[in-house]
Write a protein that binds this ligand. Structure first.
Ligand SMILES: Nc1ncnc2c1ncn2[C@@H]1O[C@H](COP(=O)(O)OP(=O)(O)OP(=O)(O)O)[C@@H](O)[C@H]1O
Length: 290
């Protein structure tokens, strides 16, 4: 499924990884992955537990340095850059477990997102040193713009802890958006959300993309992935086994095998199977539909 607002492919990828890999001791967590992410699109990265999805995100965002391969973003080789420089180039991410500061206001959280991501100075941000005060108005404006984008401008003064689960997720996304990225990486954005909240989140993601943002997400909930993604990259044992549209991916024998295999070996996917899935598809392979 392609978003109605999806722009035609212009040719130049937004992000390209070439032979990307990382080893942890003897474990090859990501191995020789070559793939492209196109601008203005939603790319989902899926795969059984332990497939290397989060590690892939950590590589792209500069948290881990690859042991092989290159990462090209908007035509620039960003492989050697440290995290805050990667953010400066326009890649921001959320985390599986979003760290928000419950006692601080929604606005302060978004401002911390702006400062941490652009200056790599959490302590500065929390202690409000002179340098930070100097940047305060810039951060405030950036944070407010981010809150408007996630629909939280009206709750800016509330303590973040007063928001419901969906609101807290939106704060986490605003923290990432505060650096005004070109590419937003969402790590399991729907984790812990009920179906209604998940639907709302999908609406927000579509809205952000129609506003010009490109998004890559790691997600286990297949209804979200299949309903949202323009393009899906499938990892298994750290390797890319397929990339294509949701329709292509659900019928890809290697993908079905990877999911069925992981299900058969102790149900690694760990989620219940929904009634009525189509036989021989990823939906049928023990993947969570939420
Ligand atoms: N910092 C690290 N040190 C050692 N091993 C790691 C590290 N980070 C990840 N791994 C290992 O790399 C492999 C891939 O992990 P990763 O978290 O990327 O998988 P995943 O696909 O995101 O899994 P899940 O769906 O469970 O979140 C796993 O075997 C994991 O234990």
């Amino acid at each position: 499924m392609t978003n109605p607002s999806t722009p035609p492919l212009s040719g130049a990828p937004l992000l390209e990884v070439q032979g990307l890999g990382i080893r942890f001791g003897g474990l090859h967590a990501v191995r020789d992955v070559t793939a492209q992410l196109q601008p203005g699109r939603i790319t989902a990265i899926i795969g059984p537990n332990g497939a290397g999805k989060s590690t892939f995100f950590n590589l792209i965002s500069g948290f881990y340095k690859p042991t092989s391969g290159r990462i090209i973003f908007r035509g620039e080789d960003i492989t050697p850059l440290r995290t805050h420089l990667v953010v400066g180039r326009g890649i921001a991410r959320t985390f599986q477990t979003t760290t928000i500061y419950q006692e601080l206001s929604v606005l302060d959280n978004a401002m911390i997102g702006h400062r941490v991501r652009t200056r790599a100075g959490l302590l500065d941000a929390l202690l409000r040193t002179g340098r930070e005060r100097h940047d305060e108005s810039e951060s405030r404006a950036g944070a407010m713009r981010a809150l408007e984008r996630v629909g939280l401008a009206g709750q800016a003064a509330l303590p973040a802890g007063a928001l419901n689960q969906e609101g807290k997720k939106r704060v986490g996304i605003a923290m990432a958006l505060a650096s005004d990225p070109h590419l937003l990486l969402l790590d399991e954005p729907a984790a812990g959300m009920n179906p209604e909240e998940t639907e709302n989140l999908m609406g927000l993601i579509r809205q952000l993309v129609s506003g010009g943002l490109s998004i890559a997400l790691v997600e286990h909930k297949m209804n979200l992935v299949m309903g949202l993604a323009d393009d899906i990259l499938v990892l298994h044992h750290g390797q890319k086994i397929a990339q294509g549209t949701p329709a292509q991916i659900t019928r890809d024998p290697a993908v079905v095998e990877a999911y069925l295999g992981s299900h058969a070996h102790g149900g690694q996917m760990g989620q219940e199977q929904e009634q009525g899935g189509q036989p021989g598809t990823v939906q049928d392979a023990g993947v969570d539909h939420a």
